[in-house]
Design a protein around this ligand. Structure first.
Ligand SMILES: *Cc1c(COP(=O)(O)O)cnc(C)c1O
Length: 379
């Protein structure tokens, strides 16, 4: 089955009870048993729920994995991965990563004796400099948020395999439409399904997908033991979102390309970050591991002045100032004061997150309307 069919049918079959084409929302915590242990595969909804299971099968299918797991949020999914580790273990993570992930690593898991190395991964070979006997996990986000850096998943996987370290990839920005990390050698794919997977800014959810049975069992144990599952309503919404993922992504990419080019040619803009530009430092890696370049774009206004950037944001009429990304509507964000406020200014600026950086999540509206909105806001 090709990707555009998997989004609609992957891991799906009509509901066994009445043949409902969409899995019903099984809004139940528990399931009747004929005799102790005599159930139909469902005992208690923290452990299993039919709606969630349908979604988890779909997750596995679209990422070319075998096992999917749905969590209450992206961070809950990351939290489950980190719980594979124990005190004394070390993690090598990209330094340019989602602010909430950084906060979880440094403010929660460092307290439990896990050591994190935040490093530049533009050149995958750099990772090896930080590997030692305690290294248990490599954490990759690509494209990164918000600088749209690209990390070579295949090269990273090679290093991980060589040293028997788990490689987890946060695939939120790319989605499986653009890249499938398990096929490139990653062990775990993680999503904030809140973003493109859900796609309609109406839910908060996380996902993990793996191929290996033993790893799946360990993660499932954590999911059930810690309990950060998603509810059946949200599972239903995410399933519905997945069915149009390929169509939405195609348009996100088309609009993204048009807007990145428009911004790059605008006299009031100093720099545009988008992996589709040939001048992007890792454009060739993006080209080899991604199908297209996505709808996420960051830019800095000329003069790198905080007030100018805020004025542009306030002037936008269609593009809405809001946290989050990946929905059908275009959103803009100011990383320094919003998503990345939890990263110290010094750390932030080292990775390029200056006070005038604006991040766009380009939606699937009419391209000309979006360009005109940016034109008037910049004017
Ligand atoms: C939003 C986001 C997360 C966190 O996911 P939540 O669903 O908000 O918990 C993690 N990584 C990336 C890249 C994100 O954009």
């Amino acid at each position: 089955m090709k990707f555009n069919t998997k989004t609609i049918h992957g891991g799906q079959k009509p509901d066994p009870a009445y043949g409902a084409v969409m899995p019903p929302i099984y809004q139940t915590s528990t399931y009747a048993q004929a005799t102790p242990g005599g159930h139909k595969g469902f005992e208690y909804s923290r452990s299993h729920n039919p709606t969630r299971q349908a979604l988890e099968n779909a997750f596995a299918s679209i990422e070319n994995g075998k096992y999917g797991m749905a969590f209450g949020s992206g961070l809950a999914a990351i939290d489950a991965i980190l719980k594979l580790l124990k005190s004394g273990d070390e993690v090598i993570s990209t330094s340019d990563l989602y602010g909430g992930t950084y906060r979880l690593f440094t403010k929660i898991f460092e307290n439990f004796g896990i050591k994190f190395h935040f490093i530049g991964m533009d050149n995958a070979a750099n990772i090896e400099n930080f590997v030692n006997k305690s290294t248990k996990l490599i954490w990759v986000e690509t494209p990164t948020n918000p600088m749209l850096n690209i990390i070579d998943i295949k090269a990273t996987a090679k290093i991980a395999k060589k040293h028997q370290i788990l490689l987890a990839v946060d695939n939120t920005f790319a989605t499986p439409y653009l890249q499938q990390p398990l096929d490139l050698g990653a062990d775990i794919v993680m999503h904030s399904a809140t973003k493109y997977i859900g796609g309609h800014s109406d839910l908060v959810m996380g996902a993990l997908i793996v191929k290996d049975k033993d790893l799946a069992d360990r993660l499932y144990f954590i999911q059930n033991a810690s309990g950060a599952i998603c509810g059946p309503q949200d599972a239903f919404l995410a399933l519905r979102g997945i069915k149009t993922l390929h169509v939405r992504m195609q348009r996100h990419c088309e609009n993204g390309k048009a807007i990145a080019k428009f911004l790059a040619s605008h006299p009031k803009i100093e720099k545009v970050y988008w992996p589709g530009f040939e001048s992007h430092p890792n454009h060739n890696i993006a080209k080899s591991q991604m199908k297209d370049f996505g709808g996420m774009i960051s830019f800095v206004t000329k003069g790198n002045n905080y007030e100018d950037a805020i004025k542009v944001i306030e002037n936008l009429k269609i593009i809405t100032l809001a946290e989050s990304l990946g929905g059908v509507e275009s959103l803009c964000g100011h990383p320094a004061s919003m998503t990345h406020a939890s990263i110290p200014k010094e750390e932030r600026e080292k990775t390029g997150i200056v006070d005038s950086l604006i991040r766009l999540s380009i939606g699937i509206e009419d391209e000309e309307d979006l360009i005109n909105d940016l034109k008037q806001a910049l004017g």
